[in-house]
Write a protein that binds this ligand. Structure first.
Ligand code: SF4
Length: 364
């Protein structure tokens, strides 16, 4: 039976919330927690939006503005291959080519008329080195996603929130047209119709209420029930840092994050992986395990978290020790989950060989 807002409120008040979520996690995912060894490629930090919590975006000419050329990408891919990474995360700001003529000229200099064709080339370069691409390029059209599907094992777009209230004046998404929930939900649905294994998630601590978190998780559940494509849901905490509009906003506590992870575990179908980034809650990893988390997301041995650059990745051996102390093994995984790999309609045939190779090397 599909859970409701009232169910979620009741679970939140129940002292057995974590225990209930653990039971669901243990039944569905067993005694192994996972992570994806990845390289983080910030292809461009130009973005037409201005989210109040973002320290990633730049405008043309701003210090730190960066668009990676193919030789820079190649160099990072080489390091990643040598370090045993299996995922190439390609990350971009939203619609830079619509907003900035200088970026359009940069793309022309690379020999591409648009971002997506450049991304396709970079993904092919990653595949040639045994890395499976996972691209998060913000809002994409159906044609964009069809092009990227051939060269990406999975795609990603954080829903962040399903609340239009966060787009009102004075709220963090007011200057971010691509953060309108209906725009994001429409893209997530389109990805489902295209049968793309998909990663999404919510961002907590940006001014939303607990009911709004629940509504976002229920919206993701509804998408998965209709299309079956949501492979994982990230529960990510806002982190304050100097230079952003929300530099003094309070951060969610580790317990708040863990309670939301537990709720996500109960609100989402059991086959959807529930993930929280360990670098954003280094003191809260044991609590997250006890709240029903089954995955830590991407961890890079070669590149920082460019979105949260003040928060270094954990050392995998230390994370493994934490998992083992809680009675779990820690294992690397690919950026497409076994459940979607096994369903032919979710994997483009051209990716069969690269996925098989990456899976083989992961187990070697
Ligand atoms: S969070 Fe994403 S969409 Fe918002 S300003 Fe930053 S890069 Fe752009």
């Amino acid at each position: 039976m599909t859970p409701t807002l009232a169910d979620a409120r009741r679970w939140l008040d129940d002292p057995a919330l974590f225990e209930r979520a653990r039971r669901v996690r243990d039944d569905a995912w067993g005694a192994t927690l996972t992570y994806s060894p990845k390289v983080f490629l910030p292809i461009t930090n130009l973005c037409r939006n201005r989210c109040d919590y973002c320290s990633y975006r730049r405008s043309p000419g701003e210090p730190g503005e960066r668009t990676m050329a193919r030789d820079e990408v190649d160099a990072e891919l080489s390091r990643a291959e040598a370090a045993g990474c299996k995922e190439a995360l390609l990350c971009l700001g939203d619609k830079p080519e619509k907003a900035f003529s200088s970026y359009r000229r940069t793309l022309e200099g690379f020999g591409h008329a648009g971002t997506v064709s450049y991304l396709v080339e970079l993904c092919e370069r990653a595949l040639a080195r045994g890395l499976l691409p996972h691209t998060n390029a913000g809002i994409l059209t159906r044609d964009d996603m069809r092009a990227l599907r051939r060269v990406n094992a999975s795609l990603g777009l954080m829903l962040e929130s399903a609340s239009p209230r966060l787009c009102e004046p004075g709220m963090p998404h007011h200057k971010a047209p691509d953060k309108r929930p209906q725009v994001r939900l429409a893209m997530l649905a389109e990805a489902g119709r295209l049968k793309i294994p998909f990663t999404t998630g919510i961002l907590i601590g940006i001014g939303e209420t607990m009911d709004e978190r629940i509504e976002a998780l229920l919206a993701i559940r509804a998408l998965h029930e209709e299309h079956g494509h949501i492979q994982e849901v990230i529960v990510q905490s806002f982190r304050a840092r100097p230079g952003i509009v929300m530099d003094r906003a309070p951060e969610p506590s580790d317990h708040d994050l863990a309670a939301t992870v537990a709720l996500a575990r109960l609100l989402l179908p059991p086959d959807v992986s529930v993930q929280a980034p360990p670098n954003l809650s280094p003191e809260g990893t044991s609590l997250l395990i006890s709240a029903g988390l089954n995955d830590w997301g991407g961890i890079s041995p070669v590149t920082p978290d460019f979105i949260n650059h003040l928060h270094p990745w954990p050392v995998v051996s230390q994370l493994r020790a934490t998992c083992e102390a809680a009675g779990f093994a820690l294992a690397p995984r690919l950026c497409v989950y076994p459940g979607h790999m096994a369903r032919r309609e979710f994997v483009d045939p051209s990716l069969d060989a690269p996925i098989a190779r990456a899976a083989r090397e992961l187990c070697a």
